[in-house]
Design a protein around this ligand. Sequence first.
Ligand code: XMP
Length: 523
Amino acid sequence: TVLILDFGSQYSHLITRRVREAGVYCELLPCTQKIDDLHFKPKGIILSGSPYSIFDEGAPHVDPKVFQLGVPVLGICYGLQEIARNKGGKIGICERREYGYAKLNIVRHAEHPFVDKLFEGLPETSEVWMSHGDHLDSAPAGFRIIGSTDTSAYAAVGHDDAKIFGIQFHPEVTHSVDGKQVLRNFVLGICECEANWTMASFIDKEIERIRAVVGPTGQVVGAVSGGVDSTVAARLMKEAIGDRFHAVLVDNGVMRLNECQSVKAILKDRLGINLEVVDASDLFLDRLAGVTDPEKKRKIIGNTFIEVFEDQAAIIDKQSELSGHGKIDFLLQGTLYPDVIESISFKGPSATIKTHHNVGGLLENMRLKLIEPLRELFKDEVRALGKLLNIDDELVWRHPFPGPGIAIRCLGEVSRPQVQIARLADHIYIEEIKKAGLYRSISQAYAALLPIRSVGVMGDKRTYEQVIALRAVESTDFMTADWFPMPYDVLKRISNRIINEVKGVNRVVYDVSSKPPSTIEWE
Ligand code: XMP
């Protein structure tokens, strides 16, 4: 395992991604992590960049023990300044923050092959990406320059005996052309890690872990939604403990068209998961009647979901006890690594813009212990896992769908007829996107129903009906997003079909707002 210490750079996740791509398992922890408290012994340590300057008041610092472990250390950008601070280099402030491309001239040391390992296989000059305000004016004693740029004489330094390296540029971003190779060289060549982190090895390891944690008779209950995360998690559980895993799908009345049936067909009929479908749509829709405030809608759906799920879990619990299997012990959650990172970041949790309902609230009244088989994985790793576990492509590549579903896509009041209009329009929209071969280029697309009326003309008749707004975005983490440049001919087909086929709609508009300042959902 390689340890990555996060100083809050927006690129820290990318370092983790690149190291795993090299086949090496790594963990990202806040820079304040105490080395003595680690639950593993790292084979190497990477210090990330940071939005801070090393001169800022309150600038974060690492446990000095990082440098006493005797394992190789690589400091990136701020990480390099942090090495200099600990090892006695001179740090200066750039007159202007340097941002963008630079040409790195590599300096080789034939008589010191160890420091040359970091840039092994790279050409003599390499295009790199810089983003920094501080730089080294002199290297600490014993460090050799292994790379420089026009503006930074000490753009890359290394120390043979201490096995410490520092680089001013960001190898984790794709703009640094040979960056991937640099990180590979560090973890494979310098830390001498084995490249044995693959999804197939993950499956074996995780199934074994689940079996050990749950025990030979333990039982697990978990909610599934038809999204890739909960499906992959459920599939892993099924593989590990068979029917001792009980999946629950709650129909909340605001899911997509035919969603419940199709999720059931895949999970229960095809993947053989022990699934119970609970139709609670009346309960949800009754409680939503007359509610227009988006946050209230979320609360109602979140709380009702917990209620319904807990009732169902209690029924399963009772049945299990009666059949001699014993009580349910665990609750499955499809938590991913970014959620874990977010909750342990030293910057603290980000401000709440919308309360994203998750099933965390379930635990308050339940005595169940949590089991989270995906907590080490990124989304694309979950997709790769889904493929290996034989889950349909359609499900593996599904766009995310919010817990409150169509309720936050019917602006204003949520009623059965309104939900049905939004549902049909959305279905046509997604169908046409798929026909045009664009589904995978888009991160998320949906149709929202606006509760305003506008005038139209159909045949010779005046119409006075509602508006459908089409949303499609490209995003990597859904924290920021760009609107998708949908081809006009595709928009034309979608608009024609929606207006012709969905009663109650006479106008279709396309949303061209990015996030920020807009959000992906309209509510
Ligand atoms: P926003 O609208 O905040 O959405 O830009 C970012 C991502 O989060 C999803 N989203 C939700 N997911 N419960 C969820 O499970 C929610 O209440 C919720 N609100 C937004 C949204 O679909 C997008 O992928």
